[in-house]
Design a binder for this molecule. Sequence first.
Ligand code: ZN
Length: 145
Amino acid sequence: MKKKYKVESFNRDHRQMVAPQISPVARLEFGAHTLYKYDLRLCKPNADYIPPPTMHALEHILALELREQLDGVWDLSPMGCMTGFYLSVLDCPDAAVIRTVLRRCLQAVADAEEIPAANEAECGNYRFMDLDEAKKRARALLQTL
Ligand code: ZN
């Protein structure tokens, strides 16, 4: 398929996506290292989305847990459409490894009693989070991911 956009996700047919699913979508080689970008699709596009306060709570916990569980995590960013996250990780080409790690992290969300860095000094909108809904989402995702 001819690439129409410089943004790789715009060139993917979102109607064909299933969720939850982990897909490698881009890679950047530099020297002996490769940075891999994964699409962590948690909701089927245009059928479901995660409300922003739930997404924010998931982001805080996952951002910390992913770095605890896996070396080389560079970034975790919520998609603007609220159907998933982008994860960038150094030298980890195996989506099965990402799945195993993500499952552990979702279990940590399900078990969480508080949200890390949910305070005025460490977050830009710390009241805008919903831990109970994040836990529900994590439990549901663990059934299907
Ligand atoms: Zn925050």
